[in-house]
Design a protein around this ligand. Structure first.
Ligand code: PLP
Length: 377
């Protein structure tokens, strides 16, 4: 199998699986229990928080563990709406966010909030000036992702934070950094965002674990799950110790070789661009410069057919985000791509393990698809 869909999820290294197994079998205590294995489990959770916080660039107590990036996004948005409940009911986000941000925003819309959805330009970019223009005195939240999962565009979070500061805005700034964490260099404590969502399974951890960073402007946060008081009272529920052990190990592995692995992915992406754009009919979509995501289009060839054909040959890529399941992507829609280009968009995404030979196999399968199938649009 040739796996070129690392933006959907990532393979779990054996060291991570061992850490998960160890937490399940050896350190299975409940962190709230008062005896030996309970205390061991509590210490394990504390060590995991330290590891993830170190990689994210913040103090450990600023991190709340969650079950996934989706939960972190939902939590952040609800929390900001609650904090700003007496200040206003306006939210700024982008039209190209993941549905884990768009759907909770739509829920708030049903509850009377007004939402401004910033549109990207043709290359998929959003600017801080757009945020400045949309900002109102009743804006309580600005939610802009760090890296777009379909185009790899990196959004100017630091500039957006500066814009909010310059306007003396009380709005909280949230960023969905699920595709940015350990993919583009940033530190939580200097990025300028008040709330940062991350997810484990995009960086080699098991599915089912994520975290939310809460900055110092977040005050008296309302718990997401009320109950036994775990996660500093913000997200009750017995800690998922095995998932956390896997998360921490994955973060340690990626973090240890970060510079080399980012440089490797950037090199693979440059090579993929060269090989894929050499195929007649293939164009680049957007100009995202995250090292692990490349969007292209084989105009006129429906992407679902290409993905299926290549999948049958053991080559895994996606037609935009894995969450769409055949639906047209709102991201490419918002970029106003020509119809034929939009219908043929393919997302290729890389990891530290990706080799140039994987790209060669993709290029020849794609060329073969183009040569042997009729364009349908
Ligand atoms: N945000 C972005 C940008 C993503 O790419 C994803 C997953 O694809 C998510 C949020 C959701 O993360 P999770 O799968 O951990 O819920």
């Amino acid at each position: 199998m040739i796996y070129l869909d690392h933006a959907a999820t990532t393979p779990v290294p054996v060291e991570v699986a061992d850490a998960v197994r160890n937490a399940l079998v050896e350190q299975f205590g409940n962190p709230s229990s008062q005896y030996g294995i309970g205390r061991e489990a509590k210490a394990l959770v504390a060590r995991c928080r330290e590891s993830v916080a170190r990689a994210l660039g913040c103090e450990a107590p600023r991190l709340v563990f969650t079950s996934c990036g989706t939960e972190s996004d939902n939590f952040a948005i609800r929390l900001a709406a609650w904090q700003g409940r007496h200040a206003g009911r306006h939210i700024i986000t982008t039209a190209v966010e993941h549905s884990a941000v768009l759907e909770p925003c739509r829920q708030l819309e049903q509850e009377g909030y007004s939402i401004t959805y910033l549109k990207p330009d043709k290359s998929g970019n959003i600017t801080a000036a757009q945020v400045a223009e949309a900002l109102r005195s009743d804006t309580v939240l600005v939610s802009v992702m760090l890296v777009n999962n379909e185009t790899g565009c990196v959004f100017p979070l630091r500039e957006i934070a500066d814009t909010l500061n310059a306007a003396h805005s009380k709005a909280l700034l949230h960023t969905d950094a699920v595709q940015g964490f350990l993919k583009v260099p940033f530190r939580a404590d200097t990025l300028g965002a008040d709330l940062i969502s991350i997810s484990g399974h995009k960086i080699g951890a098991p599915k089912g674990v994520g975290a939310l960073y809460l900055g110092e402007r977040v005050r008296n946060p309302r718990p997401l799950l009320a109950g036994g008081g775990q996660e500093n009272g913000l997200r009750s529920g017995t800690e998922a110790t095995a998932q956390l052990a896997g998360f921490a190990k994955a973060v340690e592995l990626r973090g240890a070789n970060l510079e080399a692995s980012l440089a490797h992915m950037a090199e693979i992406k440059a090579y993929a661009l060269e090989r894929l754009l050499a195929i007649d009919g293939v164009t680049r979509v957007g100009n995202g410069n995250a090292p692990h995501v490349l969007a292209i289009s084989l105009a006129g060839y429906p992407s679902a057919n290409v993905v299926e054909d290549l999948g049958a040959q053991g080559i895994c890529i996606s037609a935009g985000s894995a969450c769409h399941r055949g639906k047209a992507s709102h991201v490419y829609e918002a970029m106003n791509l020509p119809k034929k280009v939009k219908a043929g968009v393919l997302r290729v995404s890389f990891g530290p393990e990706t080799q140039k030979s994987d790209i060669d196999a993709l290029a020849s399968a794609l060329k073969n698809h183009r040569d042997t199938r009729f364009p349908m649009l």
